[in-house]
Design a binder for this molecule. Structure first.
Ligand code: ANZ
Length: 847
């Protein structure tokens, strides 16, 4: 198919689809079963690229497939149009982010249309429209009412380049996910969503997605939530009121605790240091300054040499009254558990590294291997922590010698009442003892943190909250939404650490509704992940100005049957959308708790094994390929390039091969339509078999997302058509027509313009996109046949052509039904039947 012809078909059929709203989803009265297919909506950050070409091709294939299966399909599109790229681009050009955003949207929209994606264009949404973001504000108020939105001051991730805070999820390897700048910590008061309240449900419900989501993504979500089960243990501190609580997953090892470590940047560390000597205070201060410059990644890195300072304070081990020296060290994090640990160097690698670095005692309490017979000695140390016993006398397996902590299972030793128990039983027993003594209790901990949603940027949803002069916080009443973004006139958007909205005086200064008391608007905007956490519901009633989404439509359409997008969203977006879905469920607005029933992650389009990027200058441009080869060839080439989830190297993508294939398919339809009538009975059996095998296999191929195999099979069928026309019975053979029609209805998934054209050439009304696929004829699916001799008393009466894999019973029934056999058996008594499928049936008869 040459580019010019492709262009002509694109224009023709795209106009037809637009005028007829061919892909508009059916309304409430439509009785067909429903499918909701969604591709993650794009950022309007420039032209469409090959990643888009791949992503929206796959969702289009799935959407088109379900229409062919007689479903009412919803396949909408919108734009995730708030966010930093627009704002940064606007700052660079001194322009309004609105302009840049809506220009890009228009461009991307045109791109999708010329690519022939079967979207329902009546439902387009943009998150930066006030008709959309007012519902973000509504959602915020609902979360606030339920105690799920709150403000707190805490150290937050701060990107010094973008001058804004970042959610934990937006910090990748210690750097800003967007710009790559090293993230630092800053103490700020910010709005949070209490996602941790949902930690257990977010974790447990992943089990119901097993088999429907990529396993890798489920595992990433599990690790992100990071539930640990263990105990909180209270330690008294000498010379101090109250207790210090530590979280431990190994309360069984309490007898092996030989020191305590607190996070240097915790309030507790400062307090303990303050109660110590001048010298300790100074050393602690120096250390703290150094720690504050260290990134979280470095702090958690296992190979970094351990650092710390002794605080000259002591904790008392609740199980044996031993004095444990307290250290401040940066491998303990302030915001995990209680920011303090009981150190058990024999059985925890980090603690062992620390003990070896600072000559602290190591006491084995779990006998983890057979050769260790419980005799591992405790190392006695003097006041300075120097071992009294020479190291040489220790067992070779001793962790102090090997440097390897004994983390495995084993029998408890040196642990009083716990001696002899296995690790698991000892943990349970230790918790019982702690609870009985009132010095501890079972506890759970999560890696997951609450979702920080405040952003000090302009291009986002204003947080609908007011601050009065005496520091009170008042929500904007629901009926006053939206709180609109002000015009950028006179505003300096450049990042400066506080929201540019704070400088919009006439916007920010307002009064409390009802009382008239002066108040300031919250100047921050919401993380754009709030926008994308519920957009899938907005598509169901995108024009409603009374509700965020129509609950009846949600009952009809949601949850989403197939969600398609990049694995880069494996954690943040999916986790937030799952969280908000559960909140909406708890509010009684929807009747499901997981938004995405199945998830497909596509691979990347790469070039010579490398990721394409503007900076590397190795971009293959979507628009250029589209112009050069046409939408269908590009689509076929991408679909054919390999399995959905694999990365596709552009080297292996053959747009010219796809062009030739499409030309052949079209020519087959033309040949059929111009064939001179000839009378046929039956038609070419070989061709019919290929056609019907494809009819039988295609649904499973699509459902298993084996789109490349489907394209290969279509190519095979087109070649078989050509062979039958040229070397066989010619284009008037009904088997040729049947095959050409089958190609048209299936090709619609990948090459919809060519498919419509073929369908029309074959004499049918458009649109082929709405034609239900034929059923395969089971008789034509029988692959190999065998010849069966049917005998009566050893004499062959007839032969039958039967499926090679036929069973004995079925073969006997076929033989009995045969006319000649019936005649030979007539009036005789059958005494025995011998069946050897598929070759022989022998009736032994009397009389
Ligand atoms: C004593 C112990 C003995 C521990 C042992 C482990 C093994 P996860 O699985 O990640 O939850 N810990 C607790 N709070 C910490 C903090 N703020 N910073 C760094 N480490 C912290 O890890 C829980 C374990 O990590 C806890 O169990 C504690 O060390 C440590 F043989 O307590 B454990």
């Amino acid at each position: 198919l040459q580019a010019r012809q492709a262009q002509r078909l694109q224009e023709k059929w795209q106009r037809y689809w637009a005028e007829n709203e061919t892909f508009r989803a059916g309304g409430a009265e439509d009785v067909r079963p429903r499918k909701y297919v969604l591709a993650m909506f794009p950022y309007p950050s420039g032209d469409l690229h090959m990643g888009h070409a791949e992503n929206y091709l796959y969702s289009d294939i799935v959407a088109r497939f379900w229409r062919h299966r007689g479903h009412n399909v919803l396949n909408p599109i919108g734009w995730d149009s708030f966010g930093l790229p627009a704002e940064n681009a606007a700052i660079r050009r001194g322009a309004d982010p609105r302009e840049w955003t809506y220009q890009n949207i228009a461009q991307q929209k045109a791109g999708f249309q010329s690519y022939g994606v079967s979207f329902d264009w009546s439902r387009v949404l943009h998150t930066s429209d006030e008709e959309y973001y007012r519902w973000n504000q509504w959602l915020f108020l609902k979360l606030y009412e339920r105690g799920l939105a709150y403000r707190k001051k805490s150290p937050v991730n701060w990107c010094p380049n973008d001058q804004t805070v970042l959610a934990n999820e937006q910090v990748v390897d210690g750097r800003c996910e967007r710009c790559g700048a090293e993230v630092v910590k800053k103490n700020l008061t910010q709005w949070y969503f209490r996602i941790t309240d949902y930690a257990d449900r977010l974790l447990d419900d992943l089990n119901q997605l097993e088999g429907f989501w990529p396993h890798k993504v489920l595992q990433m979500q599990r690790n992100w939530i990071g539930r640990s089960i263990g105990a909180d243990v209270d330690f008294a501190i000498e010379g101090r009121e109250g207790v210090v609580t530590v979280f431990s997953t190994r309360p069984d090892t309490l007898h092996g605790a030989t020191f305590m470590v607190v996070a240097p940047d915790s309030d507790l560390a400062s307090e303990l240091a303050a109660g110590s000597s001048e010298d300790v205070r100074m050393r602690f201060q120096d250390y703290l300054t150094q720690v504050q410059k260290t990134s979280e990644i470095d702090r958690q890195s296992a190979d970094r040499p351990k650092t710390g300072v002794f605080l000259d304070r002591f904790a008392i081990n609740p199980v044996n009254g031993e004095r444990l020296p307290i250290w401040a060290a940066d491998y303990v994090l302030a915001d995990y558990g209680h920011g303090a640990v009981m150190a058990v160097p024999a059985h925890d690698q980090r603690d062992l590294d620390f003990a070896r670095a600072f000559d602290l005692p190591v006491k084995v309490v779990v006998d983890t291997t057979a050769p260790i017979t419980g005799a591992l000695p405790v190392i006695e140390v003097d006041e300075d922590g120097v071992p009294i016993e020479p190291l040489e006398s220790l067992d070779d397996q001793h962790p102090v010698k090997t440097g390897i902590a004994l983390t495995g299972d084993g029998r408890m030793i040196n642990s009083g009442e716990l001696n002899g128990l296995s690790k698991r039983n000892a943990i349970a027993r230790a918790i019982e003892q702690l609870e009985a003594a009132g010095t501890g209790r079972a506890a759970k901990n999560y890696r997951l943190r609450d979702w920080l949603i405040s952003r000090q940027r302009f291009w986002g949803t204003p947080i609908p909250m007011l601050h009065t002069q005496d520091g009170e916080i008042v929500p904007v009443p629901e009926e006053q939404l939206p709180v609109r973004l002000p015009s950028i006139e006179g505003l300096d958007l450049s990042p400066k650490g506080s929201s540019p909205l704070g400088a919009a005086t006439s916007w920010v200064q307002t009064t409390v509704p009802g009382t008239g008391e002066p108040a300031l608007r919250d100047p921050d905007t919401m993380d754009t992940f709030v926008d994308s956490s519920w957009y899938y519901l907005r598509f169901l009633s995108p024009n409603s100005d009374t509700v965020a989404f129509d609950v009846d439509e949600a009952r009809r359409w949601a949850p989403i049957d197939s969600y398609i997008g990049g694995v880069e969203h494996a954690i943040l977006h999916l986790l937030y959308a799952r969280f908000i879905t559960k909140v909406l469920f708890d509010m009684g607005l929807i009747d499901f708790t997981e938004p995405f029933s199945s998830l497909i992650n596509q691979g990347m389009v790469i070039l010579d094994g490398a990721k394409m990027s503007k900076s590397k200058g190795n971009l293959v441009l979507f628009q250029e390929e589209l112009d050069a080869y046409g939408a269908d060839a590009l689509r076929v080439a991408l679909a054919f390039a390999g399995p959905v989830e694999d990365d596709k190297d552009w080297k292996d993508v053959s747009t010219t091969g796809a062009q030739k294939f499409l030309a052949r398919a079209l020519r087959a339809a033309q040949d059929v339509s111009s064939a001179v009538d000839v009378v046929f009975d039956g038609g070419d059996a070989g061709l019919r078999r290929i056609t019907h095998h494809l009819l039988a296999d295609a649904p499973a191929l699509v459902e298993q997302t084996k789109f490349n195999v489907l394209v290969a099979r279509l190519m095979e069928l087109v070649n078989a058509i050509r062979k039958t026309i040229d070397a066989g019975s010619g284009p008037a053979d009904p088997a040729v027509r049947e095959a050409a029609e089958t190609v048209a209805v299936m090709l619609d998934l990948v090459a919809p313009h060519t498919a419509e054209e073929m369908w029309e050439i074959l004499g049918h009304e458009p649109s082929v996109g709405l034609v239900t696929w034929r059923q395969a004829d089971p008789l034509l699916l029988v692959e190999d046949t065998a010849t069966c001799a049917v005998q009566v008393n050893g004499k062959v009466r007839t032969t039958l052509e039967v499926p090679a894999k036929i069973g004995d019973a079925e073969l006997e029934a076929l033989a009995r039904a045969d006319e000649k056999v019936q005649r030979a058996l007539d009036g005789k008594e059958i005494v025995r039947v011998i069946v050897r499928a598929p070759k022989i049936v022998n009736f032994a008869v009397k009389g």
